[in-house]
Design a protein around this ligand. Structure first.
Ligand code: NZQ
Ligand code: ZN
Length: 382
């Protein structure tokens, strides 16, 4: 186990009818910028509950943060926040609204263009307004981490940057009952693969981290069919929501190495084809596992044995079975796992290879996933 510092300051308020508690969490003297997506919160009653809780507060609404939040939209929100002298941001929605709001919270206090914040990548030492969230989509973990991923559609780009943690996040599982089934599938996949990125590296780093990670993976596998059968199953949705938060809030990555190559390649698929984030990961991961099987072999075998109960005497054949089983799980969620099934052609592979070559990237726990390896991964899942 390597040295680490762990601090996660986000207060989680979890359960039924908890949205009203935001009135006790936000200081009364704040001028609150409340940010929303495209309107799902108006249909499921979340907006009404937020409005009710904010009675007596000075607040301003910004609507229209799209899935894969776009810099051009966020610039408008920043302008509104500056104009109204807002000093608190409340994000109401999924990961895109929360991520976008992290940039808004930083951008309101920044004189330059907000894209510069994204390109700086690490904004943690800089100023940002306090931010809180009401989560409506379990997937990204953004409600309890400092990351944010911002898109620039004009240039077909998508990059992550790091800013501040939310002060608090409200997680009411009932808000998820109205999610489209595709978003549920992508959220389950994103949760699963967040764990994989922090777990599927090398063995013997930390048995504790391994077992926490395997616990989340097994939970997601267990609840996925229950959720597909009945999305109004409160306990299943509650465990989904908590799994998603725990998968990317630092709890499974203490003192261990991390990969994230699948995510970095996945972001390019979203930037180029608009594919939903979690879906891109289900396409890429089987390729990453296969191409990186030499480096990751022992851990793949541990994962297969403990999570899927797959063992065998032939190492390569067993690894193949484990990857197939993983892909089968993604397909059981209703997701198509091949590039060619999702509108991407060879030119997509060429373009991603070109971009990675230009950026001189080196992803993965051993920094061995460069443009050529990314190409191999994508060819494997074509
Ligand atoms: O915009 P509205 O109308 O609200 O509709 C949204 C959106 O269309 C809808 N939705 C959300 N909650 C709903 C609902 N519809 C009905 N009922 C509800 N309760 O779902 C659609 C997708 O929402 P979005 O916020 O885009 O999804 P998600 O939470 O998966 O966020 C994806 C973004 O987060 C980034 C991704 O790259 C992507 O840009 N990520 C952020 C991370 C982080 N901050 O740590 C890590 C992740 O790996 C990921 O990269
Ligand atoms: Zn993700």
């Amino acid at each position: 186990m390597t040295n680490f510092i762990f601090k996660n300051p986000t207060k989680i308020i979890f359960g039924k009818n908890t949205i009203s508690s935001i009135s006790e969490e936000i200081p009364r003297d704040k001028r609150v910028l409340v940010t929303f997506g495209g309107g799902s919160v108006k249909e499921n009653g979340v907006y009404k509950q937020v409005q009710e809780a904010l009675k007596g507060f000075t607040f301003f609404e910004f609507w229209g943060i799209e899935a894969n939040p776009d810099i051009s939209t966020l610039r408008k929100a920043i302008a509104l926040g500056k104009e109204e002298k807002c000093d608190f941001v409340l994000a109401v929605g999924g990961g895109s609204v929360i991520d976008g709001s992290k940039l808004i919270a930083a951008g309101i206090l920044y004189d330059g263009d907000a894209w510069e914040i994204v390109m700086k990548r690490d904004w943690t030492a800089n100023k940002a307004l306090p931010l809180a969230s009401v989560l409506t989509l379990p997937a990204t973990g953004s409600e309890m981490n400092a990351g944010a991923v911002i898109s620039d559609r004009a240039n077909k780009e998508k990059f992550a940057f790091y800013s501040q943690y939310p002060v608090f996040s409200v997680l009411d599982p009932e808000t998820t009952f109205t999610l489209p089934s595709h978003q549920v599938a992508c959220g389950l996949a994103d949760t699963f693969i967040h764990v994989i990125e922090q777990y599927l590296t090398t063995t013997d780093q930390s048995p504790l981290m391994d077992r926490w990670a395997e616990g989340i993976l097994q939970t997601v596998i267990e609840i996925a069919p229950q959720i597909r059968e009945n999305q109004h199953n409160y306990d299943a949705m509650a465990n989904f929501m908590l799994s998603a938060t725990m998968a990317l809030n630092g709890f499974v990555s203490m003192g261990v190495s991390q990969d994230w190559a699948t995510h970095m390649i996945g972001h390019e698929l979203t930037a180029l084809h608009g594919l939903t984030h979690g879906h891109t990961l289900t396409i890429v991961l089987p390729g990453t596992m296969w191409v990186m099987r030499e480096e990751k072999g022992d851990k793949i075998l541990q994962y297969g044995k403990r999570v899927w109960n797959i063992e065998g005497s032939d190492r390569v054949e067993t690894i193949r079975k484990i990857i197939d089983r993983t892909e089968e799980f993604f397909r059981s969620l209703g997701l198509k796992t091949k590039l060619s099934e999702n509108g991407a052609g060879v030119e997509t592979i060429d373009e991603i290879e070109r971009r990675f070559e230009e950026r001189k990237v080196k992803f993965g726990e051993n920094r061995t996933v460069d443009s050529a390896v990314a190409r191999k991964i994508l060819e494997k899942v074509f």
